[in-house]
Design a binder for this molecule. Structure first.
Ligand code: AMP
Length: 611
């Protein structure tokens, strides 16, 4: 994916409201003490110095001394708090480099996390030459892992399923294990590893030390802690705001049935290298992933149903740039850490504010800036407010790019490739075609017009034709007044039930008659031109014409005194901005614009010309 600049959905260079979200933390700066107060052995202290860690994070300050002391630990902490060093450093302090047997094992929910943790521990062990750290995870060949274990690794970092496999084949023995870590325990349970985790803990000697880390502390985690930990020190670290993570949080009002079309436009103009789209269910992930592929987007989907091996392959393609868009359910995307993700789209408003925070934390990583865009149906706005209150951020409303913006974006991208293509040569066949075309024409050919037409064809723009439902719906939805979301299925995803529709129509009928004309912003409609037609062809005076709202493909106008059938007849044939007005009485479908139009509308909202 590539570019747009100046579109309605800028993807970088955040402006306002800029948030430092609660999705990531600066591990340091939580403490006034330094690492040398924590009692780490020299070799580990040197590693910490080399890594540039100066001040221990909150979790490190409390967990390291307790773990060095031999205590069990129950840590409520998320990624970004420095938890890996909090357990990784004491774990290494407990390992005897002379003993060629597994002495410490870390369990992690995903292959990525296992690799990440393994690398981190290896970096902490840089001045401990006798120590080997081996990652073991599913979806990778068994034998190399087996050989690495046989060479006498002391530290193993693995996913529960593969660890069990090694235990059962005898390639992994835990008789000498004295330090066990459960990292992201809640994720492991969510992924169905509870039984495996129990089994592994049961295989280790009773005298071992256990550290359990989890972002949340639901009852099943408590049960594991009660069963396997002895008098643990409990440390909870609150999320802190980040100075590195920057996520511009935006939302767009999109009716449910237009979401796929809106998403395709957003993806067509985004600046982000890659994007992740969150959906609620497996079915939705599959459906949307397929729909995007059909539209020519380089997309794939993952859900809880996708086998771990396939999941890894997809994530790897996303990381390498072979894939640009990933559609995922929340569970499937846990632990996903891909720097290229510059855009997170919440295809549905997450039910829990925590889920929202998790989702948007997939972008804005590694010091980059990211954009989060949440699709909200008109009925869901109240849920957005809950998220805003909980996260103490205010989301910025943006509009979905118009077809013209998408085309302009594609044209820019195409033209940017021109110099390189021209340089590559072998253009004779095209030059000949141009010459033949010019020669065959009756009289002079406007070359600008020719080039413009070729560009329009190249970007798939068929020209004016049927009005675009999506634009009309978006324009209306964006100014639909906020309504409380109903429970019990009365009003779901922006589709009014019969009852709701009646109320809406009553509301419209109760106001002054509104007339709709089939000309809008994209035709260059100015309010003056419309007033001109109404007073000219329609026989009205300026005072007869009320408020005008101009949308992308149409406009609405108040004519309190109404129009005679003759005036309607004349006006429907009249042309404004080069297009027939096709005036008719407006009949909905939504409440009128202008009634409760929401804050900070960005881009081409309705212009209120008169009131
Ligand atoms: P973690 O929460 O363990 O995934 O750590 C998040 C990031 O913070 C990693 O890149 C660590 O290398 C870094 N980090 C951990 N502890 C510290 C510290 N005390 N000072 C600076 N950076 C740290």
């Amino acid at each position: 994916m590539s570019l747009p600049s100046g579109t309605t959905l800028p993807s970088h260079a955040p402006t306002t409201p800029q948030t430092s979200t609660q999705t990531s933390q600066t591990p340091a700066a939580a403490s006034s003490i330094t690492f040398d107060h924590l009692g780490l052995p020299d070799a580990l202290q040197r590693a910490v110095d080399d890594l540039g860690f100066r001040t221990p994070s909150a979790i490190q300050e409390r967990a390291i001394p307790a773990l060095l002391d031999g205590r069990d630990l129950l840590g409520v902490a998320q990624t970004g708090t420095g938890k890996t060093a909090a357990f990784g450093l004491p774990l290494l302090a407990a390992v005897d480099p002379e003993l060629r047997a597994v002495q410490a094992i870390v369990l992690a929910p995903t292959r990525e996390l296992a690799m990440q943790v393994s690398e981190a521990i290896a970096s902490f062990a840089q001045h401990l030459p006798g120590i080997t750290v081996v990652p073991v995870y599913g979806g990778a060949p068994f034998l190399p892992q087996q050989r690495a274990l046989q060479r006498g690794a002391q530290v193993v970092v693995g996913t529960p399923g593969r660890v069990i496999d090694h235990l059962e084949r005898g390639s992994l023995v835990l008789d000498q294990a004295r330090f066990l870590v459960l990292d992201e325990a809640d994720e492991m349970l969510r992924m169905g590893f509870a039984e495996d985790v129990d089994k592994i803990l049961d295989r280790a000697p009773r005298t071992r030390q256990v550290a359990l880390f989890s972002a949340t502390m639901p009852a099943p985690i408590r049960r594991i802690a009660d069963q396997h930990l002895v008098n643990p020190l409990e440390v909870t670290v609150a999320r802190q705001s980040s100075t590195v993570t920057s996520v511009r949080q935006t939302y767009a009002v999109v009716p449910h049935r237009h979401k796929a079309g809106a998403l395709a436009r957003v993806l067509a103009v985004t600046d982000a290298d890659a994007a992740i789209v969150f959906v609620r269910t497996r079915g939705a992930a599959e459906e949307l992933g397929s729909a995007l592929v059909e539209r020519g987007v380089s997309a794939a989907f993952i859900s809880g149903d996708v086998a771990q091996g396939d999941r890894e392959k997809i994530v790897e393609r996303l990381r390498s740039g072979a894939l640009d868009v990933l559609v995922a359910t929340d569970v499937a995307a846990r632990g996903l850490d891909v720097d290229r993700l510059g855009l997170v789209v919440n295809y549905d408003v997450p039910r829990e504010p925590e889920t929202y925070v998790h989702r948007i934390g997939r972008t804005g990583r590694a010091g980059r800036e990211g954009v989060a865009l949440t699709f909200v149906t008109p009925a869901e706005r109240s849920r957005l407010r809950v998220i805003e209150r909980t996260t103490r951020t205010s989301l910025e409303q943006v509009t979905i790019p118009s077809p013209a913006e998408v085309s302009a974006h594609k044209v820019r991208a195409l033209l940017e490739r021109v110099p390189k293509r021209a340089e590559a040569g072998r253009l004779d066949v095209y030059r000949d075609a141009v010459a033949a075309h010019l020669e065959a024409a009756d009289g002079p050919v406007d070359v600008h017009q020719l080039l413009a037409t070729v560009l329009a064809l190249a970007v798939g723009d068929p020209g004016p034709g049927a009005t675009d439902d999506l634009d009309d719906a978006l324009a209306r939805a964006a100014v639909t007044p906020e309504r409380p979301e109903r429970s019990g299925g009365h009003l779901r995803d922006g589709h009014a039930t019969g009852h709701e529709r009646r109320r809406t129509n009553t509301h419209i009928a109760g106001g002054p008659p509104r007339w709709r004309v089939a000309v809008g912003h994209r035709d260059g409609l100015q309010p003056g031109a419309l007033v001109g037609a109404l007073t000219g062809e329609g026989g009205l005076t300026g005072a007869d014409v009320g408020k005008i709202d101009i949308f992308s493909s149409f406009a609405l106008v108040d004519i309190p005194g109404g129009l005679s059938p003759e005036a309607v007849d004349r006006l429907s044939r009249a042309r404004v901005a080069g297009r027939p007005l096709r005036i008719r009485l407006d009949s909905g479908p939504g409440p009128r614009p202008g009634h409760g139009a929401s804050r900070g509308h960005v881009g081409h909202g309705p212009s209120r010309a008169r009131s």
